[in-house]
Design a protein around this ligand. Sequence first.
Ligand SMILES: C=CC1=C(C)c2cc3[nH]c(cc4nc(cc5[nH]c(cc1n2)c(C)c5CCC(=O)O)C(CCC(=O)O)=C4C)c(C)c3C=C
Ligand SMILES: [Fe+2]
Length: 470
Amino acid sequence: MEAAAGSRIVSQINFNQNSASFRESKSMSTLFNASKISVRSNSNNKTKSIARGLSLNCSVQKDFVGRTFASTGVCNYPSGVIESISHTAEEKIGVILLNLGGPDTLQDVQPFLFNLFADPDIIRLPRMFRFLQRPLAQLISTLRAPKSKEGYAAIGGGSPLRKITNEQANAIKLALEAKEVTASVYVAMRYWHPFTEEAVHQIKRDGITRLVVLPLYPQYSISTTGSSINVLRDMFRSDASLSKLPVAIIQSWYQRQGYINSMADLIEKELETLPTPQETMIFFSAHGVPVSYVENAGDPYRDQMEDCIFLIMQELKSRGVNNDHTLAYQSRVGPVQWLKPYTDEVLVELGRQGVKSLLAVPVSFVSEHIETLEEIDMEYRELALESGIVNWGRVPALNCTSSFIADMADAVIEALPSALAISNPSDTTTSEETDNDLLGYVVKIFFGSIVAFFLLLSLKAASALRKYVI
Ligand SMILES: C=CC1=C(C)c2cc3[nH]c(cc4nc(cc5[nH]c(cc1n2)c(C)c5CCC(=O)O)C(CCC(=O)O)=C4C)c(C)c3C=C
Ligand SMILES: [Fe+2]
């Protein structure tokens, strides 16, 4: 098990990678290409300038499936305790928070689901079938919408994600200010407003000169952080000014001590509300991904999740909390195999084994959302009680917990010096390639439309038949 202290940070390395697989990071020691950053030391409170070209201590870490990351999270500066980083007059720092997004109203549910299923990092079709992506997304979102709508209706008619993420953005901005770093913080949702594209346009308009990318997912998955980074990469590569902007990407941060402590605090506090805290099983429930992501595409999500649980339990043990614990995966969609064990099956099994007290801990996400408020608090609670569990508790999501927000601000400050430009000269496209792309696009649209037409026709026929039969 790995117990690294900082976040996993990469800059241009991952903008140049295919989301399906991590590539080896090239640089062991990265050259600091910042214009100028000022660092105030603890002892004398004087501002020292770190000049262009200073060499960083980039430590290289192996992740659990053997790939190498360049991580600057362990030690960014050559020496000394850093109290704060402030920027020179010409430096404008931006932080972009990556999140999933959720429908604001019930009318938004189907178009939100369409955006989600149209993402090639969510429905991973072989390259030759990519032209089916949008017709398939139309079909699946139409079929899924009624069930999703029921869920969103049960939690007040829409997702709370936009409001909570805006509050987190504001809180991180204030926490940075308290650490003497002035930054603009942007919210970039993958599947609903405010979309990543809107955030990036605002970053351009504001003239940001140094950017930190902070996903609001503690663990990396191809389907979450990877997907959002792909959108950013495409936008930055195709824009001359953005491609020169120094960017640092925090890939995952579940291993940060600040986050681990915040989770342990919440668990400890919630345990005390149950009648028999010591006999309570701590039940970590993570959002699942299809098994093929981990086993075929090299998604580090499961390994990072297991490591995360290990670190939280280690912290709890150091505080004298020695409860039993287990991890299961929730929220599977569609007919494929998802990561096991499944939350619903484990709840039934625990009840059968005689477990009487259980504390559910949502662990893959830091805000309340449909899967905590509806799936855990309603569906799983009911199932657990039916299965023989008597005392049920649920740890709230971190939302704007101050220790967590302060740690996110620290993660940003630690990442700042490692920002590198995205520019990629190998990206030049010839006009012949553009012509071929255009032809391919027209052919795909043509055949895609035909397939979409027949898919929708069969959907209509099926629903007519259902009405007829019933
Ligand atoms: C770490 C978090 C998440 C992973 C991994 C993830 C993968 C993943 N999700 C779907 C399908 C759906 N997800 C939906 C909602 C949703 N998903 C996450 C997080 C992760 N998803 C969040 C935070 C939310 C909730 C947003 C909100 O509005 O509150 C939905 C819509 C809801 C529903 O119908 O259940 C779908 C569908 C897949 C297919 C997938 C991996 C491939
Ligand atoms: Fe999801």
